[in-house]
Write a protein of this length. Structure first.
Length: 443
């Protein structure tokens, strides 16, 4: 039976906590906005960066490299900036990181294309995406622990989920921005307005939001009191990768591998499957997924509230099992017998997205609860980011599974494995709902 202490999320937060939570929310919004830029905004303009004679499989690999590059940069950023955040401070680290990826957004928006620079243009784009990922990984490694360290334990489930809502709302935002941009800069061949310059607008908007955020964060968010009292850690990585902290990290790595693999079945793979075999246009797919992600935003908050009552561990175990047991057959229906009714199709896709992804509402809360103050930024950043690497090679796994089953269905085993990893990762870890965030002195 949940106590009032466990579910008292409706009481107002301390003003400093409110500002820190808002800062972390926008940080995650910018993180996911950045991830979805190539998936949503750039996909219709890839002709600008690749040779017209490039074979489709090769072009698909180039597109996946643009997507994966920023994901691979995130662990590097978590390693560099997470360490800095545990030594020097969360706030200063976040300001440096956000300034960096805002600058990268502007540089990418200014790139010439294949007809000006040849293959060098897309190579430079991939390099900038990687550097961009380094800065993004540094941002959430600092801003999320700072916010969580201001929250009382009975409110961490709800407000941690609120921070994560920046993820689905980012997809909605980039979809709307791209759709509106395509109204003034129509999509077409290589000489069309969107391919020549329209794709740059979402990148510029992302850069502007980042710079506005830096100014606001610098003026309004205070450094974590827990960090100040702890005085920083001289060797956070050495501490993280030894003793109990190492055990926590390895357990979180297993859990987050399941999180990322499950997420990729929706965020990276589903848009292509909605085009073929489902048969939707890019605009229809983005609109449908936009509705699903709006519902998912509410699902995140619900996940935080429910986990505050049930505990994190049982919630994650049940949710991981549900993703595999319920999400897989629903996904199969979408791929083999998609409804003719638009309403039913929206309902089906929304149900798939919700059951597969809603446990992501606990990511910020749970990982921060697994690490002590002296290594929390490093632990959160690396625990969240490093596990993205194995799931990032989803296209390779699909190519191997294609030997044994239709390619369109290769997403299903990935989903099953992702759900199983979530169950295992949660099962081998402790319950964290009632963990206190304390001052600790690290050597």
């Amino acid at each position: 039976m949940a106590t009032a202490d466990q579910v008292d999320h409706a009481q107002p937060l301390d003003p400093r906590a409110k500002r820190a939570v808002r800062g972390a929310f926008v940080g995650f919004f910018l993180d996911m906005y950045d991830i979805y830029l190539p998936v949503v905004a750039l996909s219709a303009a890839m002709a600008y960066f690749v040779a017209p004679t490039m074979p489709k499989p090769t072009a698909a690999i180039v597109g996946s490299l643009i997507f994966v590059a920023t994901l691979l940069g995130r662990p590097v950023g978590a390693l560099l900036f997470g360490r800095y955040a545990d030594r020097v401070g969360r706030k200063r680290t976040n300001l440096i990181a956000v300034s960096g990826f805002g600058t990268m957004s502007f540089l990418m928006a200014a790139l010439p294309g294949y007809y000006e620079w040849g293959i060098s243009a897309v190579i430079l784009f991939i390099v900038l995406r990687f550097i961009d990922g380094v800065f993004v990984g540094g941002s959430y490694s600092a801003s999320s622990p700072l916010a969580m360290e201001y929250l009382p334990r009975q409110k961490r489930g709800y407000w941690g989920a609120y921070i994560m809502v920046g993820f689905p709302l980012a997809f909605v935002a980039i979809s709307v921005i791209t759709l509106l941009t395509q109204q003034i800069a129509p999509v077409g061949g290589i000489d069309s307005a969107y391919v020549q310059w329209g794709w740059r607008i979402p990148f510029v908007i992302g850069g502007l939001i980042s710079l506005i955020y830096v100014v606001w964060y610098a003026k309004n968010v205070d450094e974590s009191e827990l960090f100040r009292a702890s005085g920083g850690t001289k060797s956070p990585l050495k501490t993280l990768f030894s003793g109990d902290s190492l055990k926590s990290f390895l357990q979180v790595f297993v859990l987050m591998s399941g999180f990322w693999l499950s997420l990729n079945t929706v965020s990276a793979i589903m848009p292509g499957l909605l085009a073929d075999p489902v048969g939707l246009s890019g605009t229809e797919s983005n609109a449908l997924l936009g509705v699903a992600y709006l519902v998912l935003a509410g699902g995140y908050v619900a996940a935080g509230v429910v986990s505050q009552k049930t505990g994190r561990r049982p919630f994650l175990m049940v949710s991981g099992a549900a993703a595999a047991i319920i999400g897989t057959p629903l996904y199969y229906v979408l791929l083999t017998s998609p409804p003719d009714s638009t309403v039913l199709l929206i309902a089906l896709v929304t149900a798939i997205v919700l059951v597969i992804v809603w446990f992501w509402g606990l990511a910020t809360t749970y990982i921060n609860e697994r690490f002590q103050t002296g290594v929390r930024a490093s632990g959160f950043g690396l625990g969240y980011s490093l596990a993205v690497i194995p799931p990032s090679f989803y296209a390779f796994y699909q190519s191997q599974l294609d030997r044994f089953m239709p390619f369109d269905l290769t997403v299903l085993p990935l989903l099953v494995v992702g759900g199983i990893l979530v169950v295992i990762g949660a099962a081998i870890g402790p319950e964290t709902r009632d963990v206190e965030f304390n001052v600790d002195k690290q050597s």
